[in-house]
Design a protein around this ligand. Structure first.
Ligand code: 5CA
Ligand code: ZN
Length: 409
């Protein structure tokens, strides 16, 4: 499917530093060393509701990763999926008495509009699970042939014990894995499985649910993890630089995906690093479609909030920590955007080379966006207090904020 239009990334003088970022698999900071074309896969939405600030915060983190890479003069190959068939989508369509495909189409279009407004760089490939089915089926067949998968009452399961590296992405213990599997789409209680954690690769057709031709697998639909594996392998191949998503995807989704791919290719690793963003909450709970405690990007835009302010609200929090959204967060972002705009609107100002270095250093250091904002705040405060004689400075600050933080001043 088509993605959304790219906003231009202004060129900056010199070049940025290589990104050091927290890798879930090693549990520490690693300096990423991509080739001339950095490869990143970020898990996309399940389109049964509008983009909320939690989604936006996660996509913002991976947008920063790409902006840092672009600033090191690399190209970026970015792939994102859309889980356009899955239980939550079907359940919501059923509840609302609508066709699941039109629900998905509507929400995907809204997501594109939100991403465009927020100036998130678009993926080169934006691929739906349904369109990936012809790629998924042969992978499931290969896993069966290789003995890493088995059939259970017409469904096909992946055997986690087939991958010697299973468990290395999340690093969770068995009890945690079992609990998270039950909470996040797995079925550890189902009798007959080799290991309770084994996830489904292919679900045989169920009455009243959509299904597709799976060739020798029979009619059915794909499991969740194999969807992302098929899309990532198709467009990026093994050993791509970053697999990204919110921290709720570390297990089972990214753990299982890595194991699927490693069993398929007999290569390791699937991704060179696994990067996870913290969860955004509202009223003391994780913001989630199933709980319904949501602040939608589109709703804020309708209320006239500048998308730049929404983005600054996200950037004010370090990507890795969990945080709570409040209206005060947004008010502060609105005020900051106004201060910055006033500061760059003047024909001259204090020199800004230092600011560019500070923003680059902050982002290269595990995407420390709050430190980057503090640096721009510092320049804007100096501009307000004392002004300056540098006629190039306001333009350089604008370009820095646009290129590295994705905010248009
Ligand atoms: N379609 C799958 C991934 S293949 C999925 O998880 N879809 S989602 O719509 O539920 O979430 C999309 C992305 O937003 C995921 O990376 C998820 O981790 C992230 N996300 C969901 N809720 C939050 C939240 N409250 N805070 C931060 N990120 C979130
Ligand atoms: Zn995914």
């Amino acid at each position: 499917m088509h993605a959304w239009p790219a906003s231009e990334v202004p060129a900056l003088p010199g070049r940025g530093r290589d990104l050091r970022i927290h890798d879930t698999a090693t549990g520490g900071l690693v300096t990423l060393t991509p080739g001339p074309v950095a490869r990143i896969y970020v898990c996309g939405i399940t389109p049964y509701d509008a983009t909320h600030l939690g989604h936006a915060a996660t996509y913002n983190a991976f947008d920063l990763v790409q902006r840092v890479w672009l600033d090191t003069k690399r190209q970026v190959h970015y792939v994102q999926n859309v889980t356009d068939v899955d239980d939550p989508l079907l359940e919501r369509a059923e509840r609302d008495g609508v066709d699941y495909t039109s629900l998905a189409e509507r929400e995907i279009e809204l997501f594109r509009t939100d991403m465009t407004a927020l100036r998130m760089l678009p993926p080169r490939e934006f691929v739906g699970a349904v369109e990936a089915i012809p790629r998924i089926v042969p992978l499931v067949e290969r896993l069966l042939e290789g003995g890493s998968a088995y059939e259970l009452e017409g469904d096909v399961y992946f055997s986690v014990d087939a991958d010697p590296h299973f468990g290395e992405v999340s690093g969770y213990d068995a009890a945690t894995m079992r609990q998270l599997s039950a909470e996040r789409g797995g079925d550890p209680e189902r009798p007959g499985k080799k290991n309770p954690l084994d996830p489904m690769l292919w679900m045989a057709a169920r009455p009243g649910e959509p299904d597709w031709d799976g060739g020798p697998l029979g009619r059915g639909r794909p499991g969740w993890h194999i969807e992302c594996v098929a899309i990532a392998l198709d467009h990026l191949g093994m050993g791509f630089d970053v697999q990204g998503g919110g921290s709720d995807l570390a297990f089972p989704h990214h753990e299982m995906g890595a194991s699927h791919a490693q069993c398929l290719t007999r290569e390791h690793p699937f991704a060179r690093s696994y990067v996870h963003a913290g969860m955004v909450g509202l009223d003391g709970e994780k913001m989630s479609k199933s709980r319904g405690n949501l602040v939608f990007v589109s709703r804020l835009r309708e209320q006239g909030v500048d998308p730049g302010a929404i983005r600054l609200a996200l950037l004010a929090h370090h990507y890795r920590g969990d945080w709570e959204y409040t209206t005060a967060v947004l008010d502060e972002a609105v005020a900051r955007l106004a201060r910055w705009r006033a500061a760059v609107a003047r024909p001259e100002g204090p020199e800004a080379d230092t600011l560019l270095r500070q923003v680059r250093d902050a982002l290269a250091d595990d995407l420390n966006a709050p430190a980057a904002l503090a640096a721009v705040d510092g320049w804007a405060a100096l501009q307000e207090r004392e002004g300056g004689r540098d006629t190039g400075a306001p333009g350089l600050v604008s370009r820095t904020v646009d290129a590295l933080l994705g905010v248009a001043l």
